[in-house]
Design a binder for this molecule. Structure first.
Ligand code: PLP
Ligand code: TYF
Length: 398
């Protein structure tokens, strides 16, 4: 049956890694795919996870199926991360959490669940957004609409246009928002800007869908959840897709969570019953290992402290590389102002490099950057930073 069918194009981000692997240049640098790397250029297993995994191996007695929503203790642990341990949402049983295969699994579970009850809803995404957002929601049958977000001139958020658009989103539509460390821009809403968004969501009746893939990569686990707490305090319906790929380094263990918040415990129980049906026909129940490892860390005071330190270590390393990149370009006489890269948050920097420069860097220097100019700052190391700064300086002058 495949004879007549044309091959699909490679994924814009993962395809870049395939090209990188084939490149024979020993000095090649992959600044594409969003994976944390340490200064040695490796994606480490966190020490807290190593310890947790040892514990698991010693204490696990079965590989029997998990319940459809996963281990209830995992859901409780995730809710503490999302809302804080003494949150009203938790006390009132207004949240239900399902262990999902990664943040992607959470997004798709939420997309399918909401589609069932809002078949005509559009999903609104930021311009730009993570490429897979459109793919996931399109696959779930949604029409996609865009809201203004990144301002390439100011390197900030188009706040007034964003607010105007959100004011006009029809009740019942879904609005997908990045809680922190926006992918790909690294530019987030702050403080009162979130209050305004929450106020509009409440007044207009659209459903916030929060994508939370980088908790801890902005300022801290607690500070990065500020927007989630604001939505929770509003007493409205919303959902959250959490990914633990980055902050627990559990990329290939496919560890995430889908959380539903409603105004009452009764509604949440109804929502959960339907979410279970959605999961049952997709992947039936989650893969256990990554979630159990994360739960082991969350449930142990010493491992939790170690995790907080390790997340801070990843965050600080990325911040340090941002500064080295900006200062390195200044030191090479680059006149274009790149200082905004220091202010961007999370793993990514929307560098402002044009697609022509991005292509030039790939062809001439074996430096791989996503089209649109997104740099994975964690791909910079003390070994390759000078090479990258030299190459960008040369490209800008070429
Ligand atoms: N959402 C955003 C914004 C992401 O950047 C990512 C991963 O890069 C995800 C969701 C999905 O994460 P996971 O690998 O856990 O599926
Ligand atoms: O770099 C990014 O934005 C992501 C990374 O299954 C990624 O696309 C790669 C594989 C995957 C999920 C996310």
């Amino acid at each position: 049956m495949w004879k007549e069918i044309e091959a699909a194009p490679a994924d814009a981000i993962l395809g870049l890694t395939e090209a990188f692997k084939k490149d024979k240049n020993p000095g090649k640098v992959n600044l594409g795919v969003g994976v944390f790397k340490d200064d040695a250029g490796t994606t480490p297993i966190l020490n807290c996870i190593k310890t947790a995994e040892k514990k698991l191996v010693e204490t696990e007695t079965t590989k029997g199926y998990l319940p459809i929503p996963g281990n209830p203790a995992y859901g409780a642990g995730v809710q503490k991360l999302l809302f804080g341990a003494d949150s009203e949402v938790i006390r009132s049983n207004r949240a239900a959490t399902l262990h999902t295969p990664g943040g992607t699994g959470a997004l798709r579970t939420g997309a399918d669940l909401l589609k069932k009850f809002k078949p005509a809803a559009k999903v609104w995404v930021s311009t730009p957004t993570w490429a897979n957002h459109k793919g996931i929601f399109t696959a779930a049958g949604y029409e996609i609409a865009d809201y203004p977000y990144y301002n390439a001139e100011t390197k900030g958020v188009k706040y007034d246009e964003l607010i105007e658009t959100l004011e006009g989103v029809p009740a019942g539509d879904v609005v997908l928002m990045h809680v922190c460390c926006h992918n790909p821009t690294g530019v987030d809403l702050v403080g009162e800007q979130w209050d305004k968004v929450v106020e509009i969501a409440k007044a207009k009746g659209w459903t916030p869908f929060l994508d939370f893939a980088y908790q801890g990569f902005g300022d801290s686990i607690e500070e990065d959840r500020a927007a989630v707490e604001k939505f929770a305090a509003a007493g409205i319906d919303f959902v959250v897709a959490s990914s633990f790929s980055k902050n627990f380094g559990l990329y290939n263990e496919r560890t995430g969570a889908f959380t539903i918040v409603t105004p009452s415990a009764e509604e949440t129980a109804v929502a959960l019953s339907h979410a279970k049906l959605t999961v049952r026909v997709n992947y039936s129940n989650p893969p256990a290992h990554g979630g159990l490892a994360a739960l082991t860390v969350l449930a142990d005071d010493a491992l939790y402290e170690q995790w907080i330190d390790e997340v801070a270590g990843m965050r600080d390393r990325i911040k340090a590389m941002r500064a080295k990149l900006v200062d390195g370009l200044v030191a090479r006489g680059v006149e274009q102002d790149f200082s905004y890269i220091k202010e961007q948050r999370g793993m990514f920097s929307f560098s402002g490099l044009s697609d022509d420069i991005v292509e030039w860097l790939k062809v001439n220097k074996s430096i791989y950057i996503v089209k649109g100019g997104r740099i994975n700052v964690a791909g910079l190391t003390s070994k390759n930073i000078d090479y990258v700064c030299d190459a960008i300086a040369e490209a800008l002058k070429a």
